[in-house]
Design a protein around this ligand. Structure first.
Ligand SMILES: Cc1cc2nc3c(=O)[nH]c(=O)nc-3n(C[C@H](O)[C@H](O)[C@H](O)COP(=O)(O)OP(=O)(O)OC[C@H]3O[C@@H](n4cnc5c(N)ncnc54)[C@H](O)[C@@H]3O)c2cc1C
Length: 547
């Protein structure tokens, strides 16, 4: 197969068109820069925002516990990797981002007095969560807004490599997942906005890796590409996420259910979350997941339920019919199939699959250790991503005003292309291994040896099992461009899980992540810090700690 080559040039390159990338692109454009935003998906639906979001978090100085100081107390902790200045960047971007959302025609709900309808969530002290109506319209409306600003968009572009010129970013390379063309972008500055956590590393009870809570297409580039380009990444050991799902169905929505007052019940009908978090179900999500896991271990479940039968009828209606379909358009189909009416029927839930990731280390101006490359996806949630993306876009655009256009490492292109197309075979060989078989292996190892409960020994065994899986890498073959994309995603996931397990072995305690180390069951104040990961010259990870 023969593919052509395309080269783009821009002042500011935005890598990823999810919530962070959209915030970054809009802010950079408003600073006057020429902006190109790329994604392996399509702007109108890419990233987790593409699935629909029903809440936007904003600290507005309008209520109790609604100030920047409240926000810092929640977000700026020794293990968050977030400085007070970055929190300030985030806070400063909230009002401009809200204005963009309203200008784009996104329906943020208002009270009769004009203030936003907001509620408390995730153990936060104030009512920071603005309710959104028809959350599934957010991404297409934002996409239209972006295109109207004159931002150039390249969809279906899978980035496999960040390109450098000396110590600075020069652009990126990869391939078009529909045509197979080799694509290169040259830029003065760039923002990495490829998400926070990767999916498909573990299973929920459906054992279908695409039937999950978050977008299944974020597979670790946010960690692997910066590491391979020489940057360091924080908190690979504790940037993990899980939630509760409607039984066997990968839908989000727990923030709405918890923050409106849903009660979680175990199999004995007991509301147990008081044992695990002072704010019960509306506390830290980690406590809800690990609390449910503990009940499970102790034999008090499954099944588990979220009970909304005590809600006022209008609240139950708003939750089931406005908010939930905003997170997943087919929510009501699920409810219909299972005969669920929040006013009458508790919703059976299960602990979800897990996601893992990391935070690219950056300065207060959000510049990574690669010069002119700025970081956007430093936290999860719509507003954290859009707002921190916003400030990254501003910093990138301001730098681009004085930066020269770099040179491209053209002598590397043949090697990059060879790596991209290696798995593509017109006829698969007898010994071919598919990405599905390979990825199933990753998930089996992760769930069995590095699951919600693990030990040093189980993680050591996970690494041994990964060495067996490694033997299959040269046999991965793809018969189409679609399979080629999936194969590259699987290879990326494999790199990520191996680094992840080694990272988790460094933190000999429990209580800060969505897993419990049975050999170190308590939290240890010695680990009140972030783990730093870098790759050494032969590609093996090296670990150190922040002070
Ligand atoms: C259905 C759903 C509902 C949610 N509801 C809410 C809510 O109500 N409120 C809230 O605050 N949060 C919610 N969240 C979480 C929130 O949507 C996310 O935290 C946020 O959108 C993440 O944005 P991001 O841009 O950092 O990352 P992502 O959304 O992960 O975007 C990363 C982008 O990078 C692209 N990408 C990755 N790797 C590559 C590569 N190698 N080459 C090219 N492109 C690449 C991906 O395709 C993707 O588009 C929800 C999540 C989901 C899935």
């Amino acid at each position: 197969m023969k593919f052509s080559q395309k080269i783009y040039e821009t002042e500011v390159l935005i890598l990823g068109s999810g919530a962070s990338g959209c915030g970054a692109a809009i802010a950079a454009r408003k600073e006057g820069a020429d902006v190109l935003i790329i994604d392996k998906g399509v702007l109108e639906s890419s990233g987790n925002l593409g699935g629909g979001n029903d809440h936007f978090m904003a600290v507005l100085d309008e209520a109790e516990h609604d100030s920047f100081e409240d926000m810092c107390r929640y977000y700026v902790t020794p293990t968050s990797g977030l400085s007070r200045t970055i929190a300030q960047n985030f806070f400063n971007a909230m009002r401009p981002c809200l204005k963009v959302l309203e200008d784009a025609g996104i329906e943020l709900l208002h009270n009769p007095d004009g203030t936003y309808v907001r509620s408390v969530g995730f153990g936060q002290p104030g009512p920071w969560w603005i309710h959104i109506n028809k959350g599934y319209t957010v991404k297409p409306k934002l996409a239209k807004y972006i295109k109207n600003l004159g931002i150039r968009v390249v969809n279906n572009f899978f980035v496999t490599t960040l390109l450098k010129d000396g110590d600075r970013i020069a652009g990126c390379a990869g391939f078009d997942v529909l045509t197979g063309d080799f694509i290169v972008v040259k830029c003065k500055t760039a923002v990495i906005a490829m998400g926070l956590t990767a999916q498909r590393v573990s299973n929920n009870s459906s054992h279908k890796p695409f039937n999950i809570w978050y977008s299944p297409y974020i597979t670790g580039s946010q960690v692997i590409l910066p590491l391979e380009a020489g940057a360091s990444v924080l908190n690979i050991d504790i940037t993990d996420k899980a939630t509760l799902l409607p039984k066997s169905w990968g839908a989000p929505g727990m923030n709405g259910i918890n923050n409106m007052g849903g009660h979680e019940l175990n199999a004995k009908g007991e509301r147990f979350m008081g044992k695990y978090d002072p704010m019960m179900e509306n506390g830290l999500r980690r406590n809800q997941v690990m609390g449910t896991f503990q009940e499970n271990l102790e034999g008090s479940g499954p099944p588990f339920f979220m009970d909304m039968r005590h809600f006022a009828p209008e609240d139950a209606r708003h939750l089931q019919y406005d908010l939930m379909p905003g997170d997943k358009e087919t929510y009501l189909d699920y409810c219909k199939a299972r005969n669920i009416d929040f006013t009458k029927t508790p919703l059976e839930v299960e602990i979800s699959e897990r996601m893992i990731g990391g935070v690219v280390r950056c300065s207060d101006e959000q510049e990574t250790e690669i010069k002119n490359l700025f970081a956007a996806s430093l936290l999860a949630t719509f507003s954290c991503c859009m707002c921190i993306g916003w400030s990254a876009g501003q910093f990138a655009a301001r730098r681009a005003k004085t930066a020269e256009m770099p040179g491209l490492p053209e002598s590397d292109f043949e090697k990059i292309k060879a790596g991209i197309y290696a798995p593509l075979k017109e006829t698969k060989s007898k010994h071919a291994v598919s990405y599905q078989e390979f990825e199933d292996g990753i998930r089996q190892v992760m769930d069995y040896y590095a699951g919600f409960q693990r030990t040093e020994g189980s993680m050591a065994q996970a690494l041994k099992s990964f060495r067996v899986l490694e033997e299959y890498l040269p046999r991965l073959e793809a018969a189409s461009l679609r399979e080629l994309m999936r194969t590259h995603e699987s290879m990326e996931l494999f790199k990520l899980v191996r680094i992840y397990v080694q990272a988790c072995m460094q933190r000999k305690e429990s209580g800060r992540a969505m897993y419990r180390r049975a050999d170190y069951p308590e939290r240890d104040p010695k680990y009140d810090k972030c783990l730093i990961t870098r790759l050494n010259a032969d590609g093996t990870p090296e670990f150190s700690w922040t002070e």
